[in-house]
Design a protein. Structure first.
Length: 368
């Protein structure tokens, strides 16, 4: 690609989406930096890893943005197959962190295949829906999308990553709703979810995962034991009040009362440090991001572009909503990363890849 054509494509990017993306990421980096400084981690290990992941992610975003997204449609099934292979390999050779076998250790860094499987699965679903155009009311359509969704879900369940399982199902259900499947088929889908949930509860969920759900149902059952994390999260959010206590300066965060403060409960640390004003500002940036996703999906002129963009939007929205609600005690603790916000290189890079695909749809829709 000639430089002139390259920069010509960059000029067509959705700059509102781009600005929102980097404001969210900047918000996160400042929080991570101040948190590590004020908790005595002078080496800034997580901050440095996140900056490296940001650089890689930004490069990936530009790369995926300038390539015509129809190439992703053509390669969707191959990418999906690669994702399945990685999910299978991590079960055999991966590291177990916090009860989930989902990481490849590469030197000082870790690679989490499920984050990239999310991207590949959305692309595969988008291609299948495009190929089944006009047949979305058939049983074959629902079965086909179910197979595409539940093949990775089965491997993810074996990893004991049930947060990602919820995310995959929610994205699938959203795309089926947008495809306007018959109500009878929708009832079967939700019945399948209930059946899988019951089966998973009795056969796959570990005790600590069951406790997370039980604590969500009854927050008072064990506030100082298995419910300790959410209790500390609520204290942190409440102590931030309107203006906050200063980034990284809140007692819950700086004194390490709040666990997983850079991952699962990073929203609580932000709310403690910046108060209602800072937390609301972050949510506003996220809302702008989501609305631009919807705009790109709505303006796409080709079925794959519409549903790939809608699938990415669903992934981001569900994951973000669960992360925030989890910190507020309104959802069980799942371990899902907060897109663009929580520490995690794989999640950050995968998020930027998805944003790059969204930008590609925005850039190339005029060429359809």
């Amino acid at each position: 690609m000639k430089l002139r054509a390259f920069f010509g494509k960059l000029k067509k990017m959705d700059f509102v989406l781009l600005t929102a993306t980097f404001l969210i990421t900047l918000f996160s980096l400042i929080n991570i930096y101040t948190l590590e400084i004020n908790t005595g981690n002078g080496e800034l290990f997580n901050f440095k890893k996140q900056v490296i992941a940001l650089a890689i992610g930004a490069a990936c975003m530009v790369f995926f943005a300038v390539i015509d997204y129809r190439w992703y449609r053509d390669g969707a099934y191959l990418a999906y197959a690669v994702g399945l292979i990685l999910l299978a390999l991590v079960l055999a050779y991966g590291n177990t962190i916090r009860g989930t076998t989902g990481w490849f250790k590469i030197g000082a860094f870790s690679l989490q295949p499920v984050e990239f499987a999310k991207v590949f699965t959305v692309l595969a679903l988008g291609r299948f829906i495009a190929e089944m155009r006009g047949k979305t009311r058939s049983a074959l359509f629902v079965i086909g999308t179910a197979v595409i969704t539940f093949a990775p879900v089965f491997l993810i369940i074996l990893q004991k990553d049930f947060g990602s399982t919820i995310l995959f199902f929610g994205t699938w259900a959203t795309l089926l709703f947008l495809a306007k499947i018959p109500k009878s088929h929708a009832l079967i889908v939700y019945g399948l979810f209930i059946a899988v949930s019951i089966f998973g509860w009795h056969n796959f969920l570990a005790v600590y995962q069951k406790n997370r759900i039980l604590n969500f149902i009854d927050p008072t059952r064990d506030p100082l034991g298995t419910g300790y994390n959410v209790t500390q999260s609520l204290i942190a959010i409440g102590s931030g009040r309107i203006l906050g206590r200063g980034l990284g300066l809140g007692s819950q965060s700086s004194l390490n009362f709040l666990p997983e403060q850079q991952t699962d409960f990073i929203f609580a640390t932000i709310a403690e440090g910046t108060g209602i004003i800072g937390a609301t500002l972050l949510i506003l940036f996220l809302l702008i991001l989501f609305l631009r996703f919807l705009r790109i999906s709505k303006k796409a002129k080709e079925v794959f572009g519409i549903f790939a963009a809608a699938g990415i939007a669903a992934m981001f929205f569900i994951q973000t909503a669960i992360s925030i609600f989890m910190n507020l005690g309104l959802a069980p603790v799942t371990g899902l990363p907060f897109p663009l916000v929580s520490v995690g290189g794989s999640s950050l890079v995968a998020s930027f890849i998805m944003i790059g695909i969204m930008q590609s749809i925005a850039i190339h829709r005029s060429e359809e």
